[in-house]
Ligand binder design. Structure first.
Ligand code: CU
Length: 231
């Protein structure tokens, strides 16, 4: 009994000593690097240098009101990504990713398809019917990731002791990285990323055959600005 007590206590102590949080802020600057965006949301912050298994539970990319949500979905390598259609209209989801493209076909209300992706990084997702539907699925190697809030703040909790590359990727393709050494103490890291794209750069993408969408298929509103949280 005594041995078990010591063992349990030992594990608790070990867990406390061998993990810490990485937190900080990501500033996102417009393409050109002069002005900050209105929102610093939609940046993923994740670690390289550790692998953890994909959870059994899927993550979900919703199709609703002719939009994908969330705009940026993060999934672990191999994790199931469900793409349910909640609209009365038909939708599709396809990705023109170089190494790992997918196309789940078209389907109506209440139906769902799913994909699993292996390639670390961004997989842009479009609907072949509605040009304005845009999302990114970002694949990470482990559970140690988070997405920034509107102010750019992030916290990755309970990171095991070790040395990691901390990487940042924002939906307008700004990127940054740094190294974090965790040794039982919380670490603070701040980043500044410069967008490589503006909203309008995304809007005229081709359909899955590499062709233009039929005119009238896009109801993208020009009132959404680059700094908005939508696209
Ligand atoms: Cu659609």
């Amino acid at each position: 009994m005594k041995t078990i007590m010591y063992a349990v206590f030992g594990i608790l102590l070990t867990n406390m000593a061998l993990a810490a949080d990485i937190s900080g802020r990501v500033d996102v600057l417009e393409k050109g690097g002069q002005k900050p965006l209105k929102s610093f949301a939609n940046a993923v912050v994740y670690l390289e240098g550790i692998q953890t298994p994909a959870p059994e539970t899927p993550v979900t990319l919703n199709q609703k009101d002719k939009r994908f949500s969330p705009r940026l979905l993060v999934a672990i390598q191999g994790q199931e990504i469900a793409i349910p259609n909640a609209d009365v209209l038909m939708h599709n989801a396809f990705s023109p990713h170089d190494a790992e493209p997918f196309d789940v076909g078209r389907y109506g209300k209440g139906k769902s398809e799913s994909v699993r992706l292996q390639k670390i990084g961004a997989h842009r997702v479009y609907c072949n019917i509605h040009q304005q539907m845009i999302a990114d699925i970002f694949i990470v190697p482990n559970q140690y990731f988070t997405v920034t809030d509107e102010d750019g703040h992030f916290v990755i909790q309970n990171v095991p002791d070790g040395e990691y590359t901390v990487k940042v990727w924002h939906i307008y393709e700004g990127e940054a990285q740094d190294v974090a050494k965790i040794a039982g103490q919380n670490v603070e890291l701040n980043f500044s990323v410069v967008s490589q794209k503006k909203v309008r750069d995304f809007m005229n993408h081709a359909n899955k055959e590499g062709q233009s969408y039929p005119s009238g298929s896009s109801s993208y509103s020009s009132s959404s600005s680059d700094g908005g949280s939508s696209y």
